[in-house]
Design a protein around this ligand. Structure first.
Ligand SMILES: [Zn+2]
Length: 271
């Protein structure tokens, strides 16, 4: 349906129609079991999302794979979006005055939420992909060559991008460059706790080969436990925040349907 709408409608109309469709779908799932903070409704269940491949199971990849109760039927937010919502709120990240934010490959509901907090500057950027509608408010950019001066942002969000990028160290260094001293970044990737060292192999270029080794047709590596060390190599100081740590308080009130195995990789450019 999504592809069909893109063909027959200009982007804005297509998005409006999608919003109405999601609202009606959400009505069918209303209940008490799970809560979505983005659309502020509770549902009896959320929708499954993701997909399974043998490598996702054998390597126990976190941040990938089929999950039940992943997608909110009312707004389309995912478990990853809701985890970041909890983090941003608990740490009061968006409360800082004069916040300048760069959000690369923005997740729609998260982007809408961040914008509603009226940061001083909020720029969204994404790599160009043929056939995708890009709003005029999106900067088309390559994370390996970010078109902004040094120290331009206090908060940088770039989730599930680095595993697609040919030179991820260069991308990390670019993120470090445009981040101001004292700024923080959230750089989520799918990773395997079974792997000591990240697997990367430029000779694997076929769809089937990448699915078999990296867990997705357009991934060029599978991160391992050395992902934090790679971020540190780019210059960052890193702290890891586990989902369970964040959810201890939240879950006593309502269930956001978040993957408890997730870890948030928070990087800082120290002064
Ligand atoms: Zn929702």
């Amino acid at each position: 349906m999504k592809a069909f709408l893109k063909k027959i409608l200009p982007g804005k109309q297509s998005r409006q129609l999608r919003t109405r469709y999601l609202y009606l779908r959400g009505l069918c799932y209303r209940g008490k079991n799970y809560y979505c903070p983005f659309c502020n409704h509770s549902y009896r269940k959320l929708l499954p999302g993701g997909f399974n491949l043998p490598v996702i199971e054998s390597m126990q990849i976190i941040g990938a794979g089929l999950r039940q109760n992943m997608v909110c039927p009312g707004c389309g937010s995912t478990d990853r979006d809701r985890l970041l919502y909890v983090y941003l709120n608990q740490k009061k990240v968006l409360d800082k005055k004069g916040l300048r934010i760069l959000h690369i490959a923005p997740e729609p509901m998260l982007a809408q939420y961040i914008a509603s907090n009226n940061p001083a500057e909020y720029i969204c950027g994404a790599m160009y992909h043929e056939g995708v509608y890009y709003g005029t408010d999106l900067v088309i950019m390559d994370v390996q060559q970010i078109p902004f001066p040094p120290n331009a942002f206090d908060l940088l969000i770039c989730n599930h991008v680095l595993e697609h990028v040919a030179d991820d160290l260069l991308a990390m260094q670019e993120i470090y460059r445009v981040m101001d001293k004292g700024g923080i970044g959230i750089l989520q990737v799918p990773w395997s706790p079974m792997l000591d060292t990240t697997i990367t192999d430029e000779s694997i270029t076929s769809r089937e080969g990448r699915e078999a080794v990296f867990g997705q047709f357009d991934h060029v590596r599978l991160y391992g436990k050395d992902y934090p060390a790679q971020l540190e190599k780019a210059g960052f100081t890193l702290s890891k925040v586990s989902a369970t740590e964040l959810l201890t308080e939240e879950n006593t009130k309502r269930d956001f349907a978040i993957n408890q195995k997730e870890v948030i990789f928070v990087v800082e450019k120290q002064t």
